[in-house]
Ligand binder design. Structure first.
Ligand code: Q46
Ligand code: ZN
Length: 314
């Protein structure tokens, strides 16, 4: 197997691209895919300050590394979710990466800084852990970015993630979610821009990127993900991809290129009508935002720890 670019011995075969690459050309390929996504979707302009949502997993660490390699000013934010040893270890990987490459890593710890953890919060409000986690991440990443002067929040959602989310949204024909499914969500008053620069690279490529560059990441999946629908959709799409390489990318990019705009009208919240949360100041359709309501209920639980608001490191 020869590298498509330089004809040296290849180390990885990417059937979707009908190509194999040697180590250096594979790294170049990953950088080019991210550069192209950033360009095509106008994600990051030169000089913008980017906050990378860092989980300690392969995708977010590879994303942070690639953005720095491409010359962007990108710092990280690690959010401690309080999910047992998984959170302890993922935080260690994020810190070790930041230290190795001499990068700025901000941290927020849900239990210590906000008084609840994801499993306890989910039990108290009777929602799924991933629902509570998603709400907390959206709120805290946006708030930290606004507070610390970042223009953009970048997340490590890759092609496999986005195709699986699209599959779920399409199964339900959830037009509101389909309207919001795009690699860029523009900034609006009180919300910074959100971008997904890994949309053109798959999970396997990001794992290989970390391995060839010696980037250590947490291998363990979040225990809360076990049995969730997202993983089931990924497995289904993987078996389709096995039989028909490129199927996943075709599904996602044909939607983004040809169908997404047909759902634009389904984005329901009129951001011009939003008020400010009386507790945290975030934009919200009601008096108190969903996150502050969640925090108030979770912290009223008998076994919750006292709230100490330290916010993100500066
Ligand atoms: S971290 Fe959070 Fe994921 Fe764990 S609780 Fe669910 S959403 S599975 S990206
Ligand atoms: Zn609030």
């Amino acid at each position: 197997m020869r590298c498509r670019r330089c004809k040296a011995d290849a180390i990885i075969d990417l059937r979707r691209h009908n190509a194999a690459f040697c180590r250096d050309c594979f790294v170049h390929h990953c950088h080019e895919q991210v550069r192209r996504a950033i360009h095509d979707y106008e994600m990051i302009e030169p000089g913008a300050r980017v906050l990378v949502a860092v989980s300690g997993g392969k995708d977010s660490l590879a994303l942070w590394h690639i953005l720095r390699e491409l010359g962007y000013e990108a710092d990280g934010l690690y959010l401690g979710l309080g999910i047992g040893t998984y959170s302890d270890e993922s935080g260690d990987f994020a810190r070790a990466f930041a230290q190795r490459f001499d990068l700025t890593l901000h941290e927020i710890d849900l239990p210590a800084d906000l008084g609840f953890d994801i499993p306890e919060g989910a039990r108290t409000v009777r929602r799924s852990p991933c629902g509570v986690c998603g709400l907390s991440k959206r709120h805290l990443f946006n708030q930290a970015a606004s507070t610390h002067g970042y223009d953009i929040v970048a997340t490590g959602h890759n092609l496999d993630d986005e195709a699986a989310v699209l599959f779920g949204n399409t199964l339900r024909w959830d037009d509101e979610y389909l309207a919001r499914q795009f690699p860029v969500l523009p900034a609006t008053d009180g919300f910074v821009r959100k971008v997904k620069p890994l949309v053109r690279v798959g999970e396997r490529e990001m794992a290989a990127y970390c391995v060839v560059l010696g980037i250590d990441y947490i291998l363990e999946e979040c225990p809360m993900a076990v049995g969730n629908r997202h993983l089931a959709y990924k497995e289904l799409l993987n078996s389709l991809e096995e039989r028909s390489p490129g199927a996943k990318a075709a599904f996602l990019f044909n939607f983004l290129d040809r169908a997404h705009e047909r759902f634009a009208d389904a984005a329901v919240v009129d951001k011009d009508d939003l008020l400010r949360c009386t507790i945290c100041g975030s934009p919200t359709p009601g008096e108190v935002c969903a996150f502050c309501r969640l925090q108030a209920r979770a912290c009223a639980a008998p076994d919750s720890v006292p709230v100490t608001l330290r916010g993100a490191a500066s």
